[in-house]
Ligand binder design. Structure first.
Ligand SMILES: Cc1ncc(COP(=O)(O)O)c(C=O)c1O
Length: 377
């Protein structure tokens, strides 16, 4: 049997990791500023994470949602505290797409409506409705096509106001990333998120904050949407939540009332997933990782802005997009193959930095030095 070949692969086999470093099967060391696509939040093989997971695995790894799982209650309590949304409710699932799917389903149960507002450049995952809200026709199969989704230009206040005037009480939800990731690291403006909040209030629509990539402390605040100073109705999260263990969730405002059978999953919120998510929150809190993300992110941004070849540096905290001109399209590959530094990318020519939230200044400097060498070669 062969693998179903859907991924363009780098010819590198990673076999070991520690903090922000990984090693390949030949013993070559790499600096990881990509984190397997924003997933590694507290660093590879963090001792507390390994201990928590090992300990849980030795007791029990899995049981379904037919019994009480105390780890879920502990996780809800801790997440409420660390995210600052203490009165919200938690539903656990397994991936970012699934989180968005559940958030939209919840919104639709809540107000009985079907129309979803999404934005140009957005990425929300690959399940049916999540992919329909994703601005990439190439990954939308005919079976996913729907008239329910309206795409608006990102950060366009007038277009948003017009859409509400046109569709009014038909609008079920507005789904927006606090910082577009796949779209090239493009933050939503505070004014835009504030307008979403007030229009959703006015029309009883649901504000869904996709925090799958930009959440869990990455931006320097727990949810990057928090920069706007208004609450969303539902926050979706995944990636950094489990530091590599597949776990996702939605944080749900108190006005949503659950009923048995409304949402459900077999694997979501199992014992191991909760141990992983709890250990991540414990490290984020104890080691002040949101503060570190904010300060190392600000340092990197300031230094990157000094390179005159860079067109623009975007993002917040440790979610940084370096927009380069076309003639510098070789930079990402050179960073990887000459300097052994993993970074991410976005089309057409944006380098994405999505490192662990405990990235040190020394590692930031290592990257800046290599980046300068590649640019000035
Ligand atoms: C903003 C955003 N939402 C949703 C998803 C989908 O998450 P998953 O791949 O875990 O389904 C992603 C994945 O890249 C994402 O960046």
């Amino acid at each position: 049997m062969k693998l179903f070949d859907v991924y363009p692969l780098n010819p590198i086999e990673i076999v070991k990791g520690k903090g922000s470093l990984v090693w390949d099967n030949n013993g070559q060391e790499y600096l990881d500023l990509y984190g397997g696509h924003a997933v590694i939040s507290i660093g590879h093989t963090h001792p507390h994470y390994v201990e928590r997971l090992t300990d849980q695995l030795n007791k029990i790894g899995f049981y379904s949602n037919s019994i009480r799982i105390r780890g879920q209650e502990e996780l809800a309590e801790k997440l409420g505290h660390v995210s600052g949304k203490v009165d919200y409710q938690l539903f656990l699932c397994n991936s970012g797409a699934e989180a968005n799917e559940n958030a939209l389903k919840l919104a639709s149960f809540y107000n009985g409506r079907k129309k979803v507002i999404a934005f140009k450049g957005a990425f929300h995952g690959r399940t049916s409705l999540a992919v329909s809200c994703t601005d990439n026709p190439k990954i939308i199969a005919p079976v996913n096509e729907t008239d329910h989704v309206v795409f608006l230009p990102h950060n366009d206040l007038e277009a948003l106001q017009d859409a509400f005037t046109t569709y009014g009480n038909e609008i079920c939800a507005v789904l927006i990333e606090g910082i577009q990731g796949v779209g090239g690291i493009r933050p939503a403006t505070n004014e835009f998120l504030q307008l979403i909040r007030s229009l959703c209030d006015q029309y009883n629509a649901v504000y869904v904050a996709d925090s799958v990539q930009c959440g869990y402390g990455r931006s320097g605040k727990f949810y990057s949407h928090d920069y706007a100073g208004v609450n969303a109705d539902v926050y979706t999260m995944a990636k950094g939540m489990g530091n590599g263990f597949p776990v996702a969730g939605i944080s749900i405002a108190p006005k949503f009332k659950p009923w048995h059978g409304m949402l459900g999953t077999t694997f979501g919120g199992n014992h191991l997933a909760c141990a992983a998510a709890l250990s991540v929150l414990e490290v984020i809190e104890q080691d002040h990782l949101m503060g570190n993300a904010a300060s190392i992110g600000a340092y990197l941004t300031e230094e990157l802005n000094k390179f005159k070849q860079v067109r623009e540096v975007r993002g917040r905290g440790l979610m940084i997009g370096i927009d380069l001109p076309e003639e510098l399209s070789h930079v990402k590959k050179e960073l990887l193959f000459k300097h052994h530094i993993f970074t991410g990318e976005a089309k057409p020519n944006v380098i994405r930095l999505l490192p662990a939230l405990n990235l040190t200044k020394a590692h930031a400097d290592q990257f800046l030095d290599a980046f300068g060498q590649v640019l000035n070669a």
